[in-house]
Design a protein around this ligand. Structure first.
Ligand code: HEC
Length: 105
């Protein structure tokens, strides 16, 4: 069983390294969003309600590249590179002009 896990781990690492595009995960991004953003971004929260639908894909790309939460830069600094990539993937997948619009949450 342990050996199986080792092999599986190696396999996952190899696949992840071999395919950087696939590596960013929308599902993980959603978790980052819940953990790192929803603390303030609720309807009555300090940051106000925020969902991926707040911006178009181009606007989200720009926001991640340029703005990086200039209102409170420490939030961006607190996120790992990986978390940022996953978060961006999540926002892009459910952005205002994305193919599949978010219906709930
Ligand atoms: C400590 C509280 C806090 C956290 C945590 C937080 N924000 Fe914010 N956010 C704010 C505040 C305050 C504003 C400014 C709101 C305003 O100007 O009305 C803001 C503004 C924004 C805006 C600009 C909204 C717009 O209309 O352009 C975006 C986008 C945003 N936050 C994204 C995020 C993301 C993504 C995360 C998680 C990584 C996050 N925020 C986490 C407090 C927070």
């Amino acid at each position: 069983m342990k050996r199986m896990l080792q092999i599986l781990t190696i396999f996952v690492v190899v696949v992840a390294l071999a395919s950087p595009v696939v590596a960013a995960s929308s599902r993980k991004g959603k978790k980052v969003f819940k953990k790192s953003c929803k603390t303030c971004h609720t309807r009555k929260g300090e940051g106000g309600k925020l969902s991926p639908l707040a911006k178009t894909m181009a606007q989200w790309r720009l926001y991640f590249k340029k703005d990086q939460h200039s209102d409170k830069p420490e939030i961006w600094q607190g996120m790992s590179e990986k978390d940022q990539q996953n978060l961006l993937k999540f926002f892009l997948d459910f952005a205002l002009d994305a193919e599949q619009a978010e219906t709930c949450g």
